[in-house]
Structures are given as C-alpha cells and as structure tokens.
Write a protein that binds this ligand. Sequence first.
Ligand SMILES: *[C@@H]1O[C@H](CO)[C@@H](O)[C@H](O)[C@H]1NC(C)=O
Ligand SMILES: *[C@@H]1O[C@H](CO)[C@@H](O)[C@H](O)[C@H]1NC(C)=O
Ligand SMILES: *[C@@H]1O[C@H](CO)[C@@H](O)[C@H](O)[C@H]1NC(C)=O
Ligand SMILES: *[C@@H]1O[C@H](CO)[C@@H](O)[C@H](O)[C@H]1NC(C)=O
Ligand SMILES: *[C@@H]1O[C@H](CO)[C@@H](O)[C@H](O)[C@H]1NC(C)=O
Length: 448
Amino acid sequence: MPPPPPLVVLAAALLLAAAAAQEETCSGVAPEPPRRGAWVSLASVGGRGDGRTLNTAAFARAVARIERRRGARGGTLLYVPPGVWLTGPFNLTSHMTLFLARGAVIRATQLCAFVEQDTSNWPLVDPLPSYGRGRELPGGRYTSLIHGSGLQDVFITGENGTIDGQGSVWWDMWKKRTLPFTRPHLLELMYSTDVIISNLVFQDSPFWNIHPVYCSNVVVANVTVLAPHDSPNTDGIDPDSSSNVCIEDSYISTGDDLIAIKSGWDEYGIAFARPSSGITIRRITGSGPFAGFAIGSETSGGVENVLVEHLNLFSMGVGIHIKTNSGRGGFVRNITVSEVTLNGARYGLRISGDVGGHPDTSYNPNVLPAVDNVSIKNVWGQNIRQAGLIRGIRNSVFSRICLSNVKLYGSASIGPWKCRAVSGGALDVQPSPCTELVSTSRTGFCAS
Ligand SMILES: *[C@@H]1O[C@H](CO)[C@@H](O)[C@H](O)[C@H]1NC(C)=O
Ligand SMILES: *[C@@H]1O[C@H](CO)[C@@H](O)[C@H](O)[C@H]1NC(C)=O
Ligand SMILES: *[C@@H]1O[C@H](CO)[C@@H](O)[C@H](O)[C@H]1NC(C)=O
Ligand SMILES: *[C@@H]1O[C@H](CO)[C@@H](O)[C@H](O)[C@H]1NC(C)=O
Ligand SMILES: *[C@@H]1O[C@H](CO)[C@@H](O)[C@H](O)[C@H]1NC(C)=O
C-alpha cells in the first residue's frame, strides 16, 4: 500500500485529538428515546395552568390516553405549557416523554397536607420490599408527586421547567412529629428501565427529590435540585438498588446529601439482595449541610463498581461520606472518587461503620457490612475543619482503603485524621494520614 498523503494523516491525528479531548458523557447508558409520533398537551385534556386549578385528573387523563396507545408510533409526548400547573400525585406510563416548556411549573398541591394530619387525599403506597417499612415511620408511605412502576422508555425533560414539591408543610409536620407516614418523594420510579431525566429544576421536595429504585439504565443530566439547607431529608438524587446509572452536569443544593447511593435496609435489604452497581457520577456542583457524595447508610443489598469524578463542592457538612452500620450486611466495594474540590466543610472525608438507625428490632447486629477497595484520589480542600474519620467495624475491618493526593487545608489549623479498624494505603496526603493507612502503603496497591 502506498503511504497516505501527509494531509490525511494530519487530519486523522486532529480528529483523534478532538475525540480524546471531548468530555465523557452519559450518552449510551440509556437508549436515546425514539421520536415520539404523537403529542398531547395538558391544556387539551382539561388542564389549566393558572396556579389555582387542581390538575390531578388532567394528568391522569393524559397518561391514560398515552397508555392506550401502548407505544405505537414511538410513544407520546405529554407537553406541559408555560404556566403553573397545580396537581396531586400522578403516575407515568411507558414510552412517554413528560416535557415541561420554559416557564412551565408542575406544583404539588398543599391542600391534602394543609390541615395537619389530613393527608387523606395523598395516596399511600406499600413500603419498599428492601426497606420493610416506610423510611421514616412504620407502615406505608405517601406516593411520590410523580411516580412510575414497571415502566420502560421514560423521558422526563424540558426547557428547564420546574417541578415544585412545596415541601414546607411536610417539613413542618416532620419537625412537629405530626406525620402519620413517611413523606413523599418528588419523583420516584420503581422497577423501570431506560429512563432519562434532564434539563429540569426540581425544588422543595417533601423528602428525597429523585429516587430511582430497582431500576436500570438511568441517566440524570443537566438538572438543578434546590431545597433550603434546613429542610429535613431533602436528598438530591438517590439511586437505590439500581444498576447502570449515570448522573452528570448538575447543580444540587439541598438540606441533606446531594447524591446518596443506597441499596436497602438491614434484614429487608439483605433478603431482597438487589445491589446498586455500575454507577457513574461526574461534574456535579453544589452545597448542603450533609454530604456532597454519599454511599448509604442503607447498603444491605450491596454497592459496587462506582466511579465519581469532578465534584465541585462548597459549604458542606462532609465532602465524601461512606456510611454503613452493624446489622446492615451487604458490601461496599470497588469505589473510586476522584477530582474533587471542596471549599468549606466540617469533614473532608468520612467512612463510618456506625451510622444510621434500624427499621425495627429484628435486625441481626452480627451481620456486618464488608467495605473493600475504596479509592479516593486527587481531592483538594480548603476551609476544612477536620480532615476526616475512617472508622471500620472491629470484626469487619474496612480493607484496601486508599487515599492518594488528598490535600485538605484549614484556615487556622485542621483537625487530624482519625482512624480505627481500617487497613489501606496513603500517598501524598495532607495533613499526614493516620498510621493505619501509612503502615500498609508498601503493599503498593495505591500506586497507579
Ligand atoms: C399509581 O400506580 C400505583 C401502582 O404502581 C398505584 O398503587 C397508585 O394508586 C397509582 N397512583 C395514582 C395517583 O394513580
Ligand atoms: C435553570 O433554572 C435554574 C433555576 O432557576 C437556574 O439556576 C439555571 O441557571 C437554569 N439553567 C438553564 C440552562 O437555563
Ligand atoms: C445539557 O445542557 C447542555 C447545554 O445547554 C446541552 O448542550 C446538552 O445537550 C444537555 N445535555 C442533555 C443530556 O440534555
Ligand atoms: C472489582 O473490579 C475488578 C476489576 O474491574 C473486577 O474484576 C471485580 O469483579 C470487581 N469486583 C466486584 C465485586 O464487582
Ligand atoms: C478496585 O476498584 C476499582 C474500581 O473502583 C477497579 O478498577 C479495580 O480493579 C478494583 N481492584 C480490585 C483488586 O478489585
């Protein structure tokens, strides 16, 4: 073969360089939804976006109409026009796009919860099998504002429209301890596959904001999640017993963990045995009083093969928090967190074996979680009060915990690392790491 002309070689080299420089994205984690062949506007099924009319029935009518089409012609787009669309909880169906126009707000009614303890119009659903009861209180739980179960091919998107949970009445009931059952999420999808959530604002959820549970092939991208820092338990995004999940390019500021990977609670999670695995999280910015990135504390089905990179966190309680407890069982393994900047935190890092309550008294305290192969690298923090705590469990030492190029600074002085029941290595760690990590660094597994 004759040698290719130099110009072609140059062009090919440039193309390769461009491809290499391109940012990695979630594309391909869930299939691109097909072009929807049909279109329904919420206004055309009797909805009114005047901020006063209750649109629960209109949403139900629209979704029933989409369901009847059963995905023919590539499914149906439900268009939510600009306006404020007050509603109670509604379900989604398969092969649909929920599209919020610019200026469209889906707003949860407070009517049902307005009179304390009169949540009678907000339907209850069964507890999750991997939790055995509501997360907050025994028994069932209020259905999320937007809910779906057993779905396929769901696209929830728009032009930065807003899903507003008006959570304050729920937060007040929680604070006054007058809640009869566990608060609702803003969006929960169960047993669903091929889900994309993008280009939306989620705000003021009564409880966790976005909760994919028992799902696979889920993308969350370009979302903004907002709740006041003093709002209780308003986690941003919680992938739970789900696999092949990718979360990227989002801004999250809430009253609890920004992103927390979970997998069920004590004996119920152990019996259900569905891990969270294959999870990628990248380019997240945000702040909150708890953790920027968390695993747990519900880890009973196991959490494995997680890659987190490019977090930009400020004013946090804890930068990175892996939390589990005796009685959880399960495992946390093959976790990599890298390229984190942290400006302001009580703790840079915590890996704790004694966090989180139990669903009831039937858990077995001798069933211990296994935490292994956790790598935290290229972390740079300033205004950090305590470097971190790494506390395993006496009879289940956390193993192969590797810190590399982790530099944490305090304004005056920074509290030292505190460790127990942990083994692993440390390389280029500031302040100097605890001896439990240093002493095993010669095993060399940290170097890479
Ligand atoms: C939504 O679907 C669930 C079943 O997944 C059902 O129990 C619930 O009543 C439905 N909720 C509404 C508001 O229709
Ligand atoms: C979307 O809305 C949020 C909240 O209003 C805002 O902070 C963000 O900049 C908006 N994003 C885009 C791309 O318009
Ligand atoms: C996220 O937003 C950017 C900029 O607006 C856009 O180019 C990109 O396509 C969006 N990503 C998704 C998954 O919608
Ligand atoms: C951890 O990652 C290694 C290498 O990719 C793989 O061989 C191993 O099976 C993984 N462990 C688990 C528990 O998935
Ligand atoms: C440790 O986990 C990482 C992923 O975080 C994986 O690439 C690596 O192969 C694992 N190592 C072992 C020995 O399993």
